[in-house]
Design a protein around this ligand. Structure first.
Ligand code: VGL
Ligand code: ZN
Length: 258
């Protein structure tokens, strides 16, 4: 890859390419694409992002992710699913099912979507953002978008099954009490580099990227392959991920990173 026609010297760009080439020979990176929650409910169902404060079109990421998959860039592909039981505490209609903590400013009677009441779960206070009922196990809303390409030999990871606890990250629940299968899949495949995309930027993709760094993976966030809920939360999440060392990428540059 080194072209010595430049008076026998190599250019900076050639040096950079050679350096990266040898680094990869030594480190042998193993890459995984983690496609977060590309489910009907977040695209055109009960929690459609276009009806959330940022008003973003979640369907626009389907062709971006399909194009990444068609290039066969990744050693491992994982699809994650928000997979809630009917009585999940994040559903606004379920607020009456549980005790509120005395410090909660939100009451059972006036709770609405995007409120953040504090529940008393067996003596433990737990604050929870309220959402419309979404991604219930086995429902149409919990299925992947029908146009999303499903890679052969991909892994499928479910999260959010505990009725009393939410799970934004695909690695573990919001209180870090229990793990999903994701970290053991990535460990078993000797993955070093995790690329994240999907829905939603400021919620499940952001939490997954954060925890990917905490698990020691080089983490790339493919920004044009994700959409979010609220603009202020998106920019806060972006800053916090950058400060943790997450690389913010455009899907077009991903092949050059691998
Ligand atoms: C998500 C809200 C509630 C997500 C999941 O996948 O980003 N957002 N549950
Ligand atoms: Zn959810």
């Amino acid at each position: 890859i080194i072209d010595l026609d430049n008076d026998g010297r190599i250019s900076k760009e050639e040096f950079r390419c050679a350096w990266l080439y040898w680094l990869k020979q030594i480190l042998k990176p193993v890459t995984a694409l983690v496609i977060v929650d590309m489910q009907n409910d977040f695209i055109s169902g009960s929690l459609a992002l276009r009806e959330c404060p940022a008003g973003q079109d979640a369907e626009a990421v389907v062709p971006v992710i399909n194009s990444l998959l068609e290039q066969n860039l990744f050693d491992v592909v994982v699809y994650t699913y928000d997979w809630h039981p009917e009585n999940h505490l994040s559903f606004v209609d379920n607020v009456g099912l549980r005790n509120m903590h005395p410090t909660s400013k939100v009451t059972k009677e006036d709770a609405k979507v995007h409120d953040e009441p504090v529940f008393d779960i067996a003596g433990v206070s737990r604050q929870q953002h309220l959402w419309p009922k979404h991604c219930t196990q086995g429902s149409w809303g919990a299925e992947l978008h029908p146009d999303l390409k499903v890679a052969e030999n991909a892994f499928h990871v479910k999260k959010g099954m505990n009725p009393d606890l939410d799970s934004y990250s695909a690695f573990w629940d919001n209180d870090r009490l229990s793990k999903t299968e994701l970290s053991s899949i990535l460990a078993q495949k000797r993955v070093t580099d995790v690329y994240v995309c999907g829905l939603a930027y400021d919620i499940c993709v952001g939490f997954t990227a954060n925890d990917s760094v905490d698990h020691g993976f080089r983490t790339v966030f493919i920004e044009d392959a994700t959409r979010g809920v609220a603009l202020d939360a998106i920019s806060k999440k972006r800053e916090s991920l950058l400060s943790k060392g997450v690389y913010m990428a455009d899907s077009a540059e991903v092949p050059s990173l691998i």
